[in-house]
Write a protein that binds this ligand. Structure first.
Ligand SMILES: *Cc1c(COP(=O)(O)O)cnc(C)c1O
Length: 409
């Protein structure tokens, strides 16, 4: 935290009390409202990361606080021996938004990695002994628990924890020939893919590749499992990113991040009765998953997105932002990737981490998923003007970054 957190003592207390898996936090944040957060010294930041695509409605949104407090007064938790109205209503809403066919079903979890663990189990149940292989894509990120980690390609994340659950192979993304060859033997249970690879630096799958994924998996009796943990819940201006591509309905979709707008919740949707039937009574479970607090908040999030026409808003301001960054014509910026309000700004030099630090000093929260990408995933309620304030600042932030990198070299 450098000098941050020293006055209040939080810096030292964090270092002395937390397991340091996240490294040193950059600030101690104490308050949020709308698209802004404040640190313990009273400095305000424009939150262009939204807790990594989580704070769908920003901070302190009245629909979330009201849903949460009403539900907390009424019924905060029951075991999964019992059903609750918010949970049932949320399942029905998700099935409707996903345009899932009759006989589809939802399983609720508490995070993205847990939603993917459930998907892994479905893949194994579908595969059985005759389909032991599972495919995932290079540069994938599916989470940190052991099953989801087995599906995650990054060696630094995997190596310390091997052996991981077996049978997973990685394919280059957007390579249809490699996909066809890998599926040909007919022994693949499932393919896992993110429609937009967020942690890889906001790298979208090409629409033609996504369609090939659907067509080839269907031909070979393999499940298509789409991880929309980051790209789902209106993030791209569609309820789910895959809905932008004609003819692509997955067999399984996993969700989390934006669904609770900050309240932890994950979900898995099994499309159609056959896939839904792969998990039967007693084969999976969770204490908290689908708990009424989480379900009530998620319903408020989805309801507000619909009522406030945020899908259209996200498309409009997201496209305008991408065009404005491109129009800067700055040769240090190579491209703007992604869709809606999930964007990766490609950099010609590996300075993304330094640039994110410079941006923070200037009052903008962004992050660097890799050395040549700056990611922005702000609350969906952000205005065009707020985004434009960052675009206008970007050349100056790049100047400061380049100067400090050259000085340090
Ligand atoms: C964040 C993320 C996950 C993991 O979610 P957690 O809630 O951190 O467990 C899985 N898949 C994708 C695509 C993600 O972006």
């Amino acid at each position: 935290m450098s000098e941050h957190g020293t006055q209040t003592g939080y810096g030292t207390r964090y270092a002395q009390s937390m397991i340091p898996v996240f490294g040193t936090p950059q600030r101690v944040l104490v308050r949020g409202k709308g698209v802004h957060v404040w640190d313990e010294r009273g400095t305000r930041y424009l939150d262009l990361l939204g807790g990594i695509a989580v704070n769908t409605l920003g901070h302190g949104h009245p629909s979330i606080t009201s849903a949460l407090s009403k539900q907390a007064e009424n019924l905060a938790h029951v075991s999964n021996f019992f059903a609750t109205p918010p949970q049932i209503e949320l399942a029905e809403t998700l099935l409707r938004l996903a345009q899932a066919p009759e006989g589809s079903g939802v399983f609720f979890a508490n995070s993205g990695t847990e939603a993917n663990e459930a998907a892994f189990k479905i893949a194994r149940r579908h595969g059985g002994p005759r389909r032991p292989r599972i495919l995932a894509l290079a540069d994938s990120f599916h989470g940190r628990t052991m099953g989801a980690l087995a599906l995650t390609s990054k060696v630094a994340y995997r190596a310390p924890f091997e052996p991981l659950p077996g049978g997973v192979e990685f394919l280059p993304a957007n390579d249809e020939d490699a996909l066809a060859a890998a599926l040909a033997p007919g022994d693949v249970a499932a393919v896992f893919a993110e429609p937009i690879q967020g942690e890889a630096g906001v790298r979208p799958l090409q629409p033609a590749y996504l369609q090939a994924l659907r067509r080839l998996t269907r031909e070979h009796g393999t499940l298509l499992i789409l991880d929309e943990v980051q790209s789902g819940i209106a993030r791209t201006g569609h309820w789910f990113a895959h809905q932008a591509t004609q003819g692509v309905t997955p067999d399984v979709m996993t969700l989390a991040k934006g669904l609770g707008g900050g309240f932890p919740i994950g979900a898995l949707i099994a499309f159609g009765p056959e896939t839904r039937g792969l998990l039967t009574a007693g084969q999976h479970g969770t204490t908290f998953g689908g708990n009424p607090l989480a379900a009530a908040v998620a319903l408020a999030v989805l309801g507000t997105i619909a009522e406030d026409a945020l899908l259209e808003h996200v498309r409009t301001v997201g496209d305008a932002f991408a065009q404005a960054v491109t129009a800067l014509g700055d040769d240090r910026i190579t491209e703007v990737r992604g869709a809606g309000l999930l964007r990766g700004i490609g950099l010609s030099e590996p300075i993304a981490a330094q640039l994110a630090a410079v941006a923070l000093e200037a009052g903008f929260i962004v992050n660097a998923p890799n050395p040549t990408t700056l990611r922005i995933a702000p609350p969906l309620i952000i205005t065009a003007e707020e985004l434009a304030s960052f675009t206008a600042a970007l050349p100056g932030l790049l100047d400061t970054t380049t100067a400090s990198v050259t000085e340090g070299a």
